[in-house]
Design a protein around this ligand. Sequence first.
Ligand code: G1P
Length: 292
Amino acid sequence: MPNRVRTAVFPVAGLGTRFLPATKAMPKEMLTVVDRPLIQYAVDEAREAGIEHFVFVTGRNKGVIEDHFDKQFELELTLERRGKSAELEELQRELPQAGQASFTRQQEPLGLGHAVWCARELVGHQPFALLLPDMVFKARPGVLKQMMQAYEATGGNVIGVEEVAEADVSSYGIVGRGEGPDAGFRITSMVEKPKPAEAPSNLFISGRYILQPEIFGLLGQQTRGAGGEIQLTDAMQTLIRTQAFTGVKYEGRVFDCGSKIGFLTANVVFALERPDLAGHLRRELRALDLDL
Ligand code: G1P
């Protein structure tokens, strides 16, 4: 049995420039899909996969994220006094237990690889999960849980992937596919934001990883890649020479909520899944008589 994955890292230091002015004073990870912030979806997915330690790599102006995962005595008291026990229970259930959340800061925006490297002391020498909170999934079980099943069989490093249109390969990391089924195939290569002609497949890295701690040493070399940033994909492409990487083409689909279209689509899809909203929303949409 490979070492159990207990810790998850959430890089939340990004500036959110694609959502200005919404993200001028508010972290983009607090944007909501229906009524839950993006970061909450990622934390819920991690918890479902058995994660017990939640490490947030934050930056300036991100204090609200820390508050979101803390007790709110005034709010809890008010809910209790008003008899809103369902809301109160939900808030309490979703809170990490005391000591389960850790925060560190990425002091400069040097790229995703650098953000992950900033978590090295908090993670220590053990495998860890990495979840990019922009990416929200409709998947059951959750994508990280599906990946954990592959990890239990293979150990090593595991990456969640999904098919992407050729026009979009240059927006993501792309993997080369070797032998094995969708639930766990050998990854042969990884390249960050390739031109369509240079992409090894149409399978893109959709923001969920299980990584071995040796990645930190490679990230610490601070080599700059695509866009002048320290790229996680480049470090993984080096690590693959000595460690196995398994791809999981999971059941489900991603909404890239770092893009406006992905974010808007996620809001509609998730609202239409909610028993308390779906019927009413459907009626409202029909009444608009949209010429779609
Ligand atoms: C990062 C990764 C990329 C991955 C993407 C998923 O890119 O570097 O490999 O496909 O996240 O969202 P970024 O979105 O930070 O440019």
